[in-house]
Design a protein around this ligand. Structure first.
Ligand code: ATP
Ligand code: MG
Length: 389
C-alpha cells in the first residue's frame, strides 16, 4: 500500500457476514454458499481474488476500477452484513498507529474502534487506544462521543487491517442456503417485492409466470423481461417458466364469473406444486397480502391453497399496499410494474366471491376438468435460464 495525501490506495475489500453467525453447525455450508454467490456476482476474474479468512472474506483488489466494480456487485449479494475497502499493515502497535495516518488527514478528530481476532498478540484493544492517545504525531484520537469519523482496526493472525467506513450490505441469508422456491410472478407490483424478500431469506427463486398474451414473442416484447432483469440483480441467474393460460381461461368460462379469480388461484397453485416437485422445491412464494383484494381474505387464502403440499411463503401478508409500493420504488421496480400489461387474470368478474369454503372450491374446480390442465399447460411452457443482459 502506498498513499498520497488525498488518494488512498487500498489493499482490498473486506466482507463480513451477518446472520450466518447464528447458524451454528450449518455455518460452513452457509459460508460456502455465500462464497459461491459472491464469486458468481463478481465474475471469474474478480471472483478468483476472493480469499476466505476465518470469519470474514477478503477480495484482493487494488485498482480504483476493481474496487468500484466489487463494491457495486457486493451491494446486491444477500448474506453480507457490511463490506469496506481496507489498507493493511503488520500486526504490531507501531505499524498500526503509523499506517492509520494514511487514512485520515493529520489532526482530524477520529474515534478508534479496535477489534482483536488474533488473541495471541501481546497487546489488547485498550493498548491500541492508548497508543493513539500517547502518540502526538498520530491522527487526533477523540473519545467516542466526539468523533464523527471512525478508524476501524482488525488485528488478524498474519496482519492487521484498517478501514474508515463500513458499507452496509443487504443482510439476510445467501441465496440457495434455504433451498429452492417457486416464485409466482405476475406483472403487478406485489410479486416482485415478494420475490425480493424470498431471496433475502436464502431461497433460490424459480420464477413461474402465467401469461395471457398470444405467444412467447409478445411476452418477450412485454414488460416481463424488464421486471425479471431487475430481480436477476440479486440471484444472477434464475430458471423461469412462462406458462400460457388460455386452456385454463377456456375451461373456467363454463363457470360463473364470480369464481374465476379463485379458480385461477387454485390453478396456479396446483401448477406451481407440480413444478415444485420436478424442481425439488418445497416452498411457493406469492405476493398476497391479507385482505388486499377479495381473493385474499383469510377464507379465500385457505380455500385456494387447500390440498397444496408445499409451504406457502407470503412475505407481504402483513403489509399495507402503500408499504409494498414504497419497497417496490426503493428496489427500482415500481415504474415497470405499473406499465400496462394484459394480466392473466384480467377477470370478467366485477363481484368475486369474498368467502368460499375449501370444499366448495374443490368441487367447482374438479367439475370443470381443471385438474388435468396443469400438466398440459406446463407441457406448453417456455422454460429458460435467465441471465442479466
Ligand atoms: P401482484 O400485484 O403481484 O400482481 P395482486 O395484488 O394483483 O398481485 P393477485 O392478482 O390476487 O394479487 O395475485 C396474488 C398473487 O398471485 C401474486 O402476487 C402472484 O404471486 C400470484 N399471481 C397472480 N397472477 C399471476 C400470474 N399471472 N403469474 C404468476 N403468478 C401470479
Ligand atoms: Mg397487484
Amino acid at each position: 500500500m502506498q498513499n498520497t495525501k488525498d488518494k488512498i490506495i487500498y489493499d482490498g475489500i473486506i466482507v463480513h457476514f451477518g446472520e450466518l453467525w447464528l447458524k451454528g453447525r450449518n455455518r460452513h455450508d452457509f459460508i460456502n454458499t455465500l462464497i459461491r454467490n459472491i464469486k458468481a456476482a463478481l465474475g471469474p476474474e474478480l471472483g478468483s481474488k476472493l480469499i476466505p479468512l476465518r470469519d470474514r472474506l477478503i477480495i484482493d483488489v487494488h485498482t480504483e476500477r476493481e474496487l468500484k466494480s466489487c463494491k457495486s456487485m457486493l451491494s446486491n449479494v444477500f448474506g453480507i452484513s457490511w463490506y469496506a475497502p481496507f489498507i493493511k499493515c503488520e500486526s504490531n502497535m507501531d505499524a498500526i498507529v503509523e499506517k492509520s495516518n494514511s487514512l485520515f488527514h493529520k489532526g482530524e478528530n477520529v474515534r478508534v474502534e479496535p477489534h482483536r481476532s488474533n488473541k495471541s498478540v501481546a497487546f489488547n484493544t485498550m493498548d491500541i487506544v492508548s497508543a493513539f492517545i500517547k502518540d502526538p504525531s498520530a491522527l487526533k484520537f477523540v473519545p467516542e462521543k466526539f468523533g464523527k469519523k471512525t478508524l476501524y482496526i482488525e488485528v488478524l493472525d498474519k496482519f492487521s487491517i484498517l478501514h474508515k467506513e463500513k458499507i452496509q450490505g443487504l443482510g439476510g441469508l445467501p441465496i440457495g442456503s434455504s433451498g429452492k422456491a417457486i416464485v409466482l410472478l405476475s406483472g403487478g407490483i406485489d410479486s416482485p417485492v415478494a420475490a425480493y424478500y424470498a431471496m433475502k431469506r436464502g431461497l433460490e427463486p424459480i420464477y413461474v409466470h402465467f401469461y395471457a398474451l398470444q405467444n412467447i414473442e409478445e411476452l418477450k416484447a412485454s414488460k416481463m423481461p424488464a421486471i425479471l432483469e431487475m430481480l436477476l440483480k440479486y440471484s444472477n441467474t434464475a430458471k423461469v417458466y412462462y406458462i400460457p393460460i388460455h386452456m385454463f381461461q377456456i375451461a373456467a368460462m363454463k363457470e360463473s364469473q364470480k369464481y374465476e379469480v379463485l379458480l385461477f388461484k387454485r390453478f396456479i397453485f396446483k401448477t406451481a406444486q407440480i413444478i415444485a416437485e420436478k424442481e425439488n422445491a418445497k416452498i411457493i412464494v406469492t405476493g398476497e397480502s391479507l385482505g388486499q383484494v377479495s381473493s385474499q381474505t383469510a377464507e379465500n387464502l385457505i380455500a385456494t391453497s387447500n390440498g397444496i403440499k408445499c409451504l406457502f411463503f407470503r412475505p407481504l401478508l402483513g403489509l399495507d399496499k402503500q408499504e409494498i409500493i414504497n419497497v417496490s420504488k426503493e428496489l427500482g421496480i415500481y415504474a415497470k410494474s405499473i406499465l400496462p400489461y394484459k394480466d392473466a387474470c384480467s377477470l370478467r368478474s366485477k363481484n368475486p366471491v369474498t368467502r368460499i369454503s375449501a370444499n366448495a372450491l374443490d368441487s367447482i374446480y374438479n367439475r370443470n376438468g381443471l385438474e388435468e390442465l396443469s400438466e398440459l399447460s406446463i407441457s406448453k411452457s417456455d422454460v429458460r435460464y435467465a441471465k442479466p443482459a
